[in-house]
Design a protein around this ligand. Structure first.
Ligand code: URA
Length: 220
């Protein structure tokens, strides 16, 4: 297998970060991101939820933003959406331990409602500010394949015009020789109200993950 080079690195995602990607190894970035106050989201969140996985990962999975449980545990995809993702990955014969799993936004955003914390979507500005960390993770891991889960991650990877409904499961070439695909976010599967449609979405998620897992990156 040819060695992967970082020297001529080209940022492969469509949306640029609002701030320059911080320098440093993945371990340094994780430490620096813990103290990130670049947008107001850190004020109410328990902690920064940085990406997890081997720096040598060939495949990177990008979600949206941490939920309640991820906020408490400090790890991405550890709540209900993570459980569904794990089940779908296993069905697609993808080993989560071999993936670098991260989010487009690294802090939980919520609205307190009694004892509950209701998920709120990060604004476009918060996403753009936080993208410095995603850019730095992509630079350090320099994956060959990227999977975007849901609309927020898909737009970061493919641009604002991207339509998940029309393009999920299709390979697309990104700058720098990276191949990428988008699929349904596990939370969107969980939120689908009707059981039949939910099962169909889940099946589509698994089918897309199987394509992502395969080495064939042509649209054959
Ligand atoms: N949803 C996401 O997009 N990421 C997580 O880590 C958890 C839920």
């Amino acid at each position: 297998m040819p060695a992967r080079r970082k020297v001529d690195w080209i940022y492969p995602l469509a949306l640029l970060p609002a701030l320059p990607a911080p320098a440093g190894s993945l371990a340094t970035l994780r430490k620096r991101a813990k103290a990130c106050h670049a947008c107001p989201l850190w004020q109410h969140a328990t902690q920064t939820v940085f990406g997890e996985g081997p720096v040598s990962a060939e495949m990177m999975v990008i979600g949206e933003q941490p939920g309640d449980q991820e906020d408490q545990l400090g790890e991405p995809f550890t709540g209900p959406a993570g459980n569904l993702l794990d089940r779908a990955l296993a069905e697609a014969s993808l080993d989560r331990g071999e993936l670098y799993v991260t989010n487009a936004v690294k802090h939980f955003k919520f609205e307190p409602r009694g004892k509950r914390r209701l998920h709120q979507r990060a604004t476009a500005r918060e996403q753009a500010i936080c993208r410095q960390w995603l850019a730095a993770e992509v630079r350090e891991v320099h994956p060959r394949r990227i999977l975007a889960l849901g609309a927020m991650a898909s737009k970061a990877v493919f641009g604002g015009q991207f339509r998940l409904t029309a393009r999920h499961g299709q390979w697309m070439a990104l700058p720098g020789g990276v191949m990428a695909m988008a699929t349904w976010h596990p939370s969107a599967v969980l939120r689908t109200p009707d059981a039949g449609s939910r099962e169909q979405r889940y099946r589509e998620l698994v089918a897309d993950l199987k394509r992502f897992a395969s080495d064939k990156t042509g649209d054959d």
